[in-house]
Design a protein around this ligand. Structure first.
Ligand SMILES: C[S@@+](CC[C@H](N)C(=O)[O-])C[C@H]1O[C@@H](n2cnc3c(N)ncnc32)[C@H](O)[C@@H]1O
Length: 263
């Protein structure tokens, strides 16, 4: 079987842009963005991050958010391949980490099939960033020994199939990505599987941005709280006993005190 020959002129970098705050980019991500000829980006990538690309870089909005996109995944794959084969350094910028609910695997497969050299630059996934912004551990001795990243978005807008019994029984931390439309059903499934209704939960909208909003509750009422708050930005929901350990208020008031002493 003949293997596709590597295309040595162009290349592709699948880069994690992190959760929003440009300061949460990795140094490697910044370097790749600064050397981009073509930037293909999703809706969730902050405009301040796009501004870090050189003026000559072509910016292409592929419009992806919450698993929906204006271009099909196949069309995005073709665009990355075509620009790389034309000799460009293509930077495919994705919110958070490219390998977490980012369809990076499909893009890597398309690039490999076309013989285009590709690399992956990790980014901070939203679960880690949201927890950090609230000074909340995702795992903690005596509280949670596992972290489960699940999607609430299945095919045809339905709740995906997860092992709800295992999730309810693990006494770990559950991070629900893309739960916008299905959060009520996801929490119902967890409750039906035996998760204690008083288990703390919190929804974080626009984590790490100036517009960040936090809605604390329990697994039993978090879906109603989110619906009542008319959440419109990207939102992550964290469920687990560790949610009660968040210390954002204490951390923020201590930071304010340090700042006012320094001023
Ligand atoms: C397609 S997934 C991409 C996840 C991304 N690759 C990551 O590692 O964070 C998009 C989902 O991530 C969550 N999300 C992304 N950015 C967010 C933010 N700044 N605040 C809260 N949730 C966010 C939302 O649940 C959104 O529906």
């Amino acid at each position: 079987m003949s293997m596709p020959q590597p295309n040595v002129t162009g290349r592709a970098s699948l880069v994690g842009a992190g959760p929003g705050d440009p300061e949460l980019l990795t140094v490697k991500a910044l370097r790749r963005i600064e050397s981009a000829d073509v930037l293909l980006y999703d809706k969730l990538v902050d405009p301040r991050i796009l501004d870090l690309a050189p003026a000559h870089a072509r910016r292409i909005d592929v419009g992806k958010r919450c698993g929906r996109h204006t271009l099909s995944q196949a069309a995005i794959n073709r665009l990355i391949v075509a620009h790389a084969q034309a000799g460009a350094h293509v930077v495919r910028l994705k919110g958070g980490d490219p390998m977490v609910f980012g369809r990076a695997g499909e893009e890597l497969a398309a690039l490999a099939a076309a013989g285009v050299v590709a690399e992956v630059v990790p980014g901070i996934t939203v679960a880690c960033a949201a927890a950090a912004s609230m000074a909340m551990p995702l795992t903690q001795r005596g509280y949670s020994r596992s972290l489960h990243l699940i999607t609430g978005h299945g095919a045809d807008d339905r709740v995906p199939t997860h092992d709800w019994n295992a999730l309810a029984a693990c006494d770990g931390t559950i991070a629900i990505y893309m739960g916008g439309r299905t959060l009520g059903q996801v929490t119902q499934r967890l409750l039906a599987a035996g998760l204690d209704p008083s288990t703390p939960a919190i929804a974080i909208e626009n984590a790490t941005l100036a517009t960040e909003r936090r809605l604390p509750g329990t697994v039993a009422d978090i879906a109603a709280l989110v619906a009542a708050a008319a959440v419109s930005g990207p939102t992550l929901v964290l469920v687990g006993r560790v949610v009660a350990l968040r210390r954002q208020d204490a951390v923020e008031s201590a930071m304010n005190e340090v700042r006012s002493r320094a001023a």
